[in-house]
Write a protein of this length. Structure first.
Length: 115
Protein backbone atom coordinates (compact mmCIF):
# COMPACT_ATOMS: atom_id res chain seq x y z
CA UNK A 1 0.00 0.00 0.00
CA UNK A 2 1.35 3.42 -0.97
CA UNK A 3 0.33 6.50 0.97
CA UNK A 4 0.84 9.82 -0.74
CA UNK A 5 0.70 12.99 1.28
CA UNK A 6 0.35 16.39 -0.24
CA UNK A 7 1.47 19.44 1.64
CA UNK A 8 -0.08 22.54 0.19
CA UNK A 9 1.77 25.76 0.67
CA UNK A 10 0.42 28.93 -0.74
CA UNK A 11 2.83 31.04 -2.72
CA UNK A 12 0.37 33.89 -2.57
CA UNK A 13 1.33 36.68 -0.18
CA UNK A 14 -1.02 37.11 2.73
CA UNK A 15 -3.04 40.27 3.14
CA UNK A 16 -2.27 42.17 6.35
CA UNK A 17 -5.18 43.86 8.10
CA UNK A 18 -4.71 46.80 10.43
CA UNK A 19 -7.86 46.82 12.55
CA UNK A 20 -8.91 49.82 14.64
CA UNK A 21 -11.83 49.17 16.95
CA UNK A 22 -13.40 52.33 18.35
CA UNK A 23 -16.01 52.86 21.03
CA UNK A 24 -17.72 56.12 20.03
CA UNK A 25 -19.93 58.11 22.45
CA UNK A 26 -23.54 58.31 21.25
CA UNK A 27 -23.74 62.12 21.08
CA UNK A 28 -20.97 62.26 18.46
CA UNK A 29 -21.39 58.91 16.69
CA UNK A 30 -22.97 60.27 13.50
CA UNK A 31 -20.46 63.13 13.22
CA UNK A 32 -17.55 60.78 13.90
CA UNK A 33 -18.64 58.36 11.16
CA UNK A 34 -18.90 61.21 8.64
CA UNK A 35 -15.46 62.49 9.71
CA UNK A 36 -14.01 59.00 9.31
CA UNK A 37 -15.42 58.59 5.79
CA UNK A 38 -14.69 62.13 4.57
CA UNK A 39 -11.43 63.01 6.32
CA UNK A 40 -9.60 60.36 8.34
CA UNK A 41 -9.89 57.28 6.11
CA UNK A 42 -8.89 59.24 2.97
CA UNK A 43 -5.82 60.51 4.88
CA UNK A 44 -4.86 56.96 5.78
CA UNK A 45 -5.39 55.70 2.23
CA UNK A 46 -3.47 58.66 0.77
CA UNK A 47 -0.33 57.31 2.41
CA UNK A 48 -0.37 54.73 -0.38
CA UNK A 49 0.32 51.93 2.09
CA UNK A 50 -3.15 50.36 2.15
CA UNK A 51 -5.15 49.03 -0.78
CA UNK A 52 -8.66 49.42 0.63
CA UNK A 53 -10.68 49.54 3.84
CA UNK A 54 -13.89 48.29 5.40
CA UNK A 55 -16.06 49.77 8.18
CA UNK A 56 -17.95 47.39 10.43
CA UNK A 57 -20.34 47.97 13.31
CA UNK A 58 -20.21 45.52 16.18
CA UNK A 59 -23.47 43.80 16.98
CA UNK A 60 -24.76 42.35 20.23
CA UNK A 61 -22.98 44.94 22.35
CA UNK A 62 -24.48 47.47 24.73
CA UNK A 63 -25.19 50.65 22.77
CA UNK A 64 -26.82 52.61 25.57
CA UNK A 65 -23.85 54.99 25.77
CA UNK A 66 -21.68 54.28 22.74
CA UNK A 67 -21.49 52.56 19.37
CA UNK A 68 -18.55 50.31 18.56
CA UNK A 69 -17.04 50.28 15.08
CA UNK A 70 -14.11 48.41 13.58
CA UNK A 71 -12.29 49.96 10.65
CA UNK A 72 -10.07 47.55 8.76
CA UNK A 73 -7.30 48.77 6.49
CA UNK A 74 -5.80 46.22 4.08
CA UNK A 75 -2.09 46.19 3.24
CA UNK A 76 -0.41 43.95 0.69
CA UNK A 77 2.45 43.22 3.10
CA UNK A 78 3.54 43.71 6.68
CA UNK A 79 6.26 46.19 5.72
CA UNK A 80 3.66 48.65 4.39
CA UNK A 81 1.69 48.38 7.59
CA UNK A 82 4.79 48.87 9.72
CA UNK A 83 5.79 51.91 7.67
CA UNK A 84 2.33 53.39 8.29
CA UNK A 85 2.61 52.71 12.03
CA UNK A 86 6.09 54.26 12.21
CA UNK A 87 5.70 57.26 9.93
CA UNK A 88 2.03 58.27 9.76
CA UNK A 89 0.00 56.78 12.63
CA UNK A 90 1.31 58.99 15.46
CA UNK A 91 0.29 62.26 13.76
CA UNK A 92 -3.10 60.89 12.64
CA UNK A 93 -3.82 59.55 16.13
CA UNK A 94 -2.98 62.95 17.61
CA UNK A 95 -5.27 64.65 15.12
CA UNK A 96 -8.10 62.29 16.08
CA UNK A 97 -7.48 62.88 19.79
CA UNK A 98 -7.65 66.67 19.27
CA UNK A 99 -10.88 66.30 17.27
CA UNK A 100 -12.74 63.88 19.57
CA UNK A 101 -10.89 63.73 22.89
CA UNK A 102 -12.04 61.03 25.30
CA UNK A 103 -15.33 60.59 23.43
CA UNK A 104 -13.66 57.96 21.23
CA UNK A 105 -11.66 55.13 22.77
CA UNK A 106 -9.77 52.94 20.29
CA UNK A 107 -7.58 49.90 20.30
CA UNK A 108 -5.61 48.48 17.43
CA UNK A 109 -4.77 44.99 16.25
CA UNK A 110 -2.70 43.64 13.40
CA UNK A 111 -4.01 40.54 11.64
CA UNK A 112 -3.05 38.30 8.76
CA UNK A 113 -5.68 36.97 6.35
CA UNK A 114 -5.30 33.20 6.28
CA UNK A 115 -7.72 32.54 3.43
Amino acid sequence: MIIVRFIWRSTKKSMIIYNVTSNVALPIADQWLIWMKDIHIPEVLNTGLFTHYRILRLLDVDESEAITYAVQYFASNRENCQKYLDEFAPALREKSLKQWGEQVISFRTLMEAVE
